[in-house]
Design a protein around this ligand. Structure first.
Ligand SMILES: [Zn+2]
Length: 349
């Protein structure tokens, strides 16, 4: 009778070994092997469960069953160790593969950004004028009517105001500046009666139709020199030097008479077209000349408003549009491209 029980237990041990080996082969992680151990080999595991029946065997039968049980246990423990080692090795390999760097792979090209054309034009202008001793002077974009017009010799009702319609704020008398010229008054009032050499860059606003040639917001760089014995020749010298550096030495330049309320006399400066060298092309509208800036000798009244005695002091001022200059330099046919953020434009120039 008990021989049958012995056979049954031995059968169970064999089955247990088979089940355990199959399950272990499917364990793919350290955690799975721990679960496997607790199911088969732990105190509450299946092997212990089988051995609990040893009591039903006779003293003669127990040694054989005990021996087989120990063999099964040893085989499974060995298998477990091998499996754990294999899993650890595989995990290490996976980490190695994930972190490996193939140094022979070609690098991915990085798209380097570049400065906007307006910024580049501004920086070129700054470099040239600061080398001539001009300082960069910052002045506000929101101005009073007084600074934007009146102190520049345009009292209310002055017809020249029609050239500069702007955006008005809800506060009466406060507006977005139409030009950087009010900065001249700020600079003069800050430095009078000291001599001045400044450039005043910044954004300006005009209430006008946006076209290929004009935007409602644009940059301007104003320049101002005030001192004793400053003449129109100084103005010409500075601006010709500027044009030589901006557009290349020896570029032909000319001054045409013009009108600004805050300078007298006033001029516009042209340079020989940089694209056709004066032969005539669409950019210069077949005139051979490009207008680059307006300038003049500071009006005595403006000097006075700025705090200088016009019988003792004189000065010159000029204003230029860096965007217009960039349009010409890179033969861009529409100023609206500057603010549409189309990367193709930036890649082209
Ligand atoms: Zn031309």
């Amino acid at each position: 009778m008990s021989n049958i029980v012995q056979q049954d237990i031995l059968q169970q041990l064999k089955q247990l070994q088979k089940d355990a080996e199959t399950a272990l082969a499917h364990a793919k992680s350290a955690e799975a092997t721990r679960n496997w151990y607790s199911e088969y080999l732990s105190r509450k595991g299946r092997l212990t469960g089988i051995l609990r029946n040893l009591g039903s065997l006779s003293a003669a039968e127990r040694p054989l069953v005990g021996k087989v049980a120990n063999e099964v246990k040893a085989v499974l423990e060995n298998a477990l160790q091998e499996r754990q080692a294999a899993i650890a090795q595989a995990e290490l390999e996976a980490v190695r593969r994930a972190e490996s760097i193939d140094v022979t792979l070609p690098g991915r090209p990085q798209n380097l950004g570049k400065l906007h054309i307006t910024t580049r034009a501004l920086r070129d202008i700054y470099a040239i004028f600061t080398a001539m001793g001009f300082q960069i002077y910052d002045s506000p974009e929101v101005e009073t009517d007084e600074y934007n017009f009146q102190l520049l010799n345009m009292p209310p009702g002055h017809p020249a105001r029609d050239m500069w319609d702007t955006f008005y704020t809800t506060t009466p008398g406060l507006l977005l500046r139409t030009h950087t010229s009010p900065g001249q008054i700020h600079a003069m009032r800050e430095y009078a009666p000291e001599p001045i050499r400044v450039i005043l860059p910044g954004k300006c606003y005009r209430y006008e139709q946006v076209t290929a040639r004009s935007e409602s917001m644009f940059y301007q760089v104003e320049g101002l020199a005030v001192g004793k014995h400053i003449t129109f020749s100084d103005l010409k010298g500075v601006l010709i030097n500027f044009a030589n550096q901006m557009y290349g030495e020896g570029r032909e330049a000319r001054f045409r008479k013009s009108y600004f309320p805050f300078t007298e006399p006033s001029v516009e400066m042209d340079i020989a077209c940089i694209l056709c060298n004066g032969k005539g092309c669409p950019i210069c509208k077949y005139t051979g000349w490009l207008e680059i800036l307006g300038a003049g000798v500071v009006h005595p009244r403006v000097l006075e408003y700025g705090g200088y005695d016009p019988t003792e002091f004189s000065g010159f001022a000029f204003g230029m549009g860096p965007e217009r200059m960039a349009l010409q330099k890179y033969s861009i046919d529409d100023i609206r491209y500057f603010y549409t953020n189309d990367v193709r434009l930036l890649e082209r120039v």
